[in-house]
Write a protein that binds this ligand. Sequence first.
Ligand SMILES: Cc1cc2nc3c(=O)[nH]c(=O)nc-3n(C[C@H](O)[C@H](O)[C@H](O)COP(=O)(O)OP(=O)(O)OC[C@H]3O[C@@H](n4cnc5c(N)ncnc54)[C@H](O)[C@@H]3O)c2cc1C
Length: 512
Amino acid sequence: MSKESISTVRRMLLGTGCALPLAALSSGAEARAQAPAKWDREFDVIVVGSGVTGTVAGIRAAEKGADTVVIEKLGRLGGTSRFSGLNFACVGSPAQKAAGVTDTPKSLADDMARVSGGLGDYQLALTMAENTARAEAFYREHGVEWDGRLLKLGGHSAKRCLVAKGDGAGLLKALWKSAEKLTNLCFCTGVKLDDIIIDSEGRAVGIKVRENYVFDRSSEDDDLTNETGTVRYWKARRAVVMATGGFARDRKFRRMEVTFLDGVSTTTSPGATAGALKAMIRAGARPVHICLYRFAYPLPTEDMIWGVMIDPATGKRFMSEGETRNTLAAGVLQLRLRNGDRKPFMIYDTKALAKFHNANRVQRSLNGLNGINGTMYTFATLEEAARHYGADPAQVKATVSAYNEIIASGRDPEFDKPFERSGRSVEPIDPAGPFHAIEVTPRLNYTPGGVRINTRAQVLSLEDDRPIPGLYAAGEAAGGLHGQERMTACSMPDCSVYGMIAGENAADEPRK
Ligand SMILES: Cc1cc2nc3c(=O)[nH]c(=O)nc-3n(C[C@H](O)[C@H](O)[C@H](O)COP(=O)(O)OP(=O)(O)OC[C@H]3O[C@@H](n4cnc5c(N)ncnc54)[C@H](O)[C@@H]3O)c2cc1C
């Protein structure tokens, strides 16, 4: 952009404003960075974020001939994707065909809609499901190997989930290896996007970055307080793709949305802060579902139902153990706000452990090999278990005995616990022991909110719901697809499919 046109934009902002496009008028337009007199670097497509979404988008844009860069604010590539399982719900994979599984994209989209609380975008989910087989083929063509399992995970109506050899890290390493042959694709670490530059016609034409950025893991709100790096302006001749992931690590940002998320721990990458989301909002994007969240536990949520959950402060039950992952987390975290931040604990007997759907994970917990707060301890008596968690032994004994009567009666008048799951019944806790106990520690592992996109992965404007030209978003940076409960193994297809679509469409944008 020339000097002349910059001053024209300034005049319009300060003056009547009536000639501005709607996107430029939306929240934060005045605070947004303006195009420089001279760009420091130029690319056809700039992809921001190097997790699975950004890596896939970058490869597809480059394969379509665009001169492409993928930038990453951390010192290493991969984001949350790198230490995720990246279990992949895929319809129509060779593994499904070999196993004779009947499945359809509609069936996957319907499964997702069932748990979304009516908040998920069905069309986005269906387009995702329809493209999972194409994404699966893309991965195989780029060196990814599946480990041979075909899983039917919680909420899925068919065996459809694939796991890459080496999980997320293995999948990304294969992709990065295959990307080495693309001479028009480069990855740059230590480069942080601060702002998206929108021209006078409302089009995303580049980004303001800081090169040599040093991410500060100890900061509660890195994007706001970190002043490292040198400011530069990079032009995107065709488009900008935001693949910046979620914001589960941004304690300050999530606390403003949901009070009880303040102190909760997270398993996401340290880079999962909200700066990129704010930049998209300043660029005129519509934020969606920002106060939704998703939790994971050291052991599968589905298996909580087999035990009794006790508040150590009172020695009593406080909610149904058969709730969904997010309802359980909300109940537990709100309890902790009331009880001096004391973690509740579950008690199981040995026959309950046999009902868990992943015996290996239970064994790892019993062996102390299941991460922070994931250890399951065995006690000969309930009194010992109660003392271990600082609860009143007599009260815990009375609670378990009352719980057993409730199960035997077939009705839980106080908390309405369901007594059956996946064709198996909840049974009373054997008073003879032994007793196996574990703390209940919900950990934030995903933020379903982000910016609203359409099925072409174009970012939609807050003002008029139209695509912001030249601006794409995909993966966890986008929101609205999943709703209240994001089904297990369904972020990976979202990241893969919309990463592919964003990269391809970005490369097809006219060159400016
Ligand atoms: C422990 C764990 C296990 C999981 N298991 C599964 C699973 O089995 N199946 C499944 O479907 N989902 C799973 N998930 C969720 C899934 O892994 C994530 O949703 C997914 O990896 C997100 O990918 P992404 O590429 O969108 O973001 P990320 O992988 O987080 O990448 C985003 C990148 O953008 C960078 N970035 C952010 N802001 C900027 C900026 N301003 N400038 C430059 N770079 C920036 C970040 O540093 C980061 O590296 C799991 C999550 C966790 C935490």
